[in-house]
Design a binder for this molecule. Structure first.
Ligand code: FA5
Length: 324
């Protein structure tokens, strides 16, 4: 019968040779040299031996243990040496940084253009009351714009604002004229989603109240904006229209080059602030007059960057967003 100490040693040596990586080496150490390992287990059989056999057994076991420890140490050092040294000339891994959304950037650009024309920036709440969204804007109770199907009503006279024109009222309530402000923000309408409509979108609203303001001032500002935003050849056209809070009112179209062809694109509405609106906020329409405009920011971003479908702006597909 083979000597059990010899068998254990041979097995340990063979297993150590087969251990090819640091994990396998550690597993080998635990199996053979660990506190609950096979060497410890065999050592404990010493108590079954007679008094003369014990010292011989103990001495052999110690020799095997020392030789296995030395072999283990040598293997571990060789394994560590086998790890290739770090190549400091290799390019590092770049971390995947995010970037600002194309709409956020468009808002910043719009604010910058109007800022250079002397407009300051105001903000207003997205949850509004019907006074600011309709009544003060000269939109009477049975006007179609107040239909439940056209708005997100929240109960208790509150709603998600359907236009940034609410901020006109909030500003005029608190600050006396002269005023020259813009506001950019989200508005909400239960419109069916398609390539040009979304139920939540952004508008930039402008308001200027001063003495002797005319439509020429309004058109000049829109014209300067068009040129800054869509290039030095862009044009502005006003088509007669109706908004309850401006009189006269107009749709704002801007002429720009799209895929090499000149096209008129509707971007928003504008007009001279209706005297009823000024009276609602206690501003004397005999002394003060002004203009207001509201443009769709998604439409501006889409035209600036050739984006064919508004829904892409909200799908959060990184392949789309990283293009800008
Ligand atoms: C208004 O909202 C008026 N408050 C604009 C205004 C302000 C007129 C001040 C006069 C004085 P309108 O509903 O047309 O107007 O919307 C203005 C622009 O918002 C549109 O021309 C379009 O660019 C954008 N818009 C409207 N509905 C949507 C929608 N569902 N999705 C994306 N953009 C939209």
């Amino acid at each position: 019968m083979a000597d059990p100490i010899d068998v254990l040693e041979q097995e340990a040596v063979a297993a150590l040779e087969a251990a090819g990586d640091p994990d396998a080496l550690e597993a080998w150490r635990i199996e053979f040299l660990g506190s609950k390992g096979r060497l410890k287990a065999m050592m404990s059989t010493m108590r079954d031996l007679g008094p003369e056999e014990r010292p011989v057994f103990g001495e052999r076991m110690n020799r095997v243990k020392e030789s296995l420890q030395a072999a283990f140490k040598q293997r571990s050092t060789a394994s560590a040496d086998a790890i290739p040294p770090m190549d400091v000339t290799e390019p590092g891994t770049t971390s995947d940084l995010g970037q600002r959304h194309v709409l956020t950037r468009t808002i910043d650009e719009v604010v910058d253009v109007f800022g250079r024309m002397g407009f300051s920036v105001e903000e207003g709440p997205e949850v509004e009351d019907e006074w600011h969204n309709f009544v003060a804007l000269n939109i009477p109770e049975h006007h179609p714009a107040r239909e439940p199907a056209e708005n997100f009503f929240l109960g208790n006279g509150n709603m998600l604002r359907s236009q940034t024109s609410t901020v006109q009222i909030r500003v005029m309530e608190h600050a006396p004229p002269p005023l020259k402000i813009i506001t950019c923000g989200r508005v909400y309408r239960p419109d069916t989603h398609d390539a040009t409509h979304y139920s939540m979108f952004h508008q930039v609203e402008g308001l200027c109240i001063d003495r002797n303001i005319t439509m020429i001032d309004l058109k000049t500002v829109l014209f300067q904006f068009a040129r800054a935003c869509f290039g030095p050849e862009a044009e502005v056209r006003m088509r007669p229209s109706f908004f309850p809070f401006t009189e006269p009112s107009a749709e704002v179209d801007m002429k720009m080059k799209i895929k090499g062809r000149w096209q008129w694109v509707e971007l928003g509405g504008c007009g001279m602030v209706d005297p009823n609106v000024l009276e609602a906020v206690n501003i004397d329409p005999e002394e003060w007059s002004g203009y207001a405009f509201g443009l769709g920011i998604e439409r501006i971003a889409m035209r600036r960057h050739g984006i064919a479908d508004i829904r892409w702006l909200y799908e959060n597909d990184e392949r789309f967003l990283r293009q800008f």
